[in-house]
Ligand binder design. Structure first.
Ligand code: KIV
Length: 301
């Protein structure tokens, strides 16, 4: 049997947004990863992921805060701009930070427009159902694709009682299910399900036409997302149970830096090939142009 092509129309250039729903229809999993700078955007592109999220998780992974709440528009604009320079083929989604969409539909549209115009984002992501719906409609109405995010929404972790799995009772699962359906109706092109029991996520996925992207939501989602630093072993804080680490780059980097420190201290680095030479006659002239060099150096001591 010949394998179906993974994409109908992604031969070169940007992945068309419509291709995502097509992947869902064909039951082909979608991959998403966070990225926060030019090299991570470029590597994610080279690895073939479909979606790159410039997550407000940057507040923790890159900026060293304890939560995602302090992330600002200006910080995320700078990071998104760097990622879009590196990630050419995947769709780049900018995460709208806390405070950038909660106040009004107008402010939400204004900030979403900044991500597209100033940072080259293809889409934005907003956390929450309920009150977020009118923001989604307003942003989609302005022509900007929106990804929803329900379940554990870290920006409202305090209201949710901490970083805990959501939808674990029938009543709460029903509310989450309704929120996901409402986000689709409001115009989202996909929805992230974070820290949601697998049966609930699978049921939501079966019901929606748009793809679900899971993180701690089981294998029944249409795609998966992981945070760059968690996936690669670069985040040294406590990781949630749903994280799978595919490399231990923090140890690898520490070992490399240790070798560098030793080499500098011992004089083994730099070697001949790392230095620039100059013609002998220029060097001699240079020294003759500096009469009294030794004396002047002595005066400065
Ligand atoms: O900010 C982020 O990285 C996210 C993902 C965990 C989905 O929202």
């Amino acid at each position: 049997m010949t394998e179906k092509p993974r994409y109908a129309s992604w031969t070169h250039g940007k992945l068309p947004l419509t291709e995502l729903a097509e992947l869902k229809r064909r039951d082909q999993k979608i991959t998403m990863v966070t990225a926060y700078d030019f090299p991570s955007g470029r590597i994610a592109d080279a690895a073939g992921v479909e979606l790159v999220l410039v997550g407000d998780s940057a507040a923790m992974t890159v900026l060293g805060h304890d939560s995602t709440v302090p992330a600002t528009m200006e910080e995320l604009l700078i990071l998104t701009r760097a990622v879009t320079r590196g990630a050419k083929r995947p769709l780049v989604i900018a995460d709208m930070p806390f405070g950038s969409f909660q106040v009004s539909d107008e402010a939400a549209v204004e900030n979403a427009v900044r991500f597209v115009k100033e940072a080259g984002a293809d889409a934005v992501k907003l956390e929450g159902g309920g009150p977020t719906l009118s923001r989604v409609q307003a942003i989609v109405g302005a022509g900007i694709p929106v990804m929803g995010h329900v379940g554990l929404t870290p920006q409202s972790a305090t209201m949710l009682g901490g970083f805990k799995a959501q939808g674990r009772t029938a009543e709460k699962a029903e509310r989450l299910y309704e929120d996901a359906l409402a986000l689709e109706a409001a115009g989202c092109f996909a929805v992230v399900l974070e820290a949601v029991p697998a049966p609930v996520a699978a049921r939501v996925t079966a019901e929606l036409e748009i793809p679900t992207i899971g993180i701690g939501a089981g294998g029944g989602c249409d795609g998966q997302v992981l945070v760059w630093h968690d996936l690669l072993g670069l985040y040294e804080g406590r990781s949630p149970r749903f994280v799978k680490q595919y490399a231990d780059l923090a140890s690898e980097i520490e070992r490399a830096l240790g070798r560098y420190v030793d080499a500098v201290r011992s004089g083994a680095f730099p070697e001949e090939q790392h230095t620039y030479a100059m013609p002998d006659e220029e060097r001699v002239q240079f020294e003759t142009r500096l009469p009294g060099l030794a004396e002047r150096a002595g005066q400065h001591q």
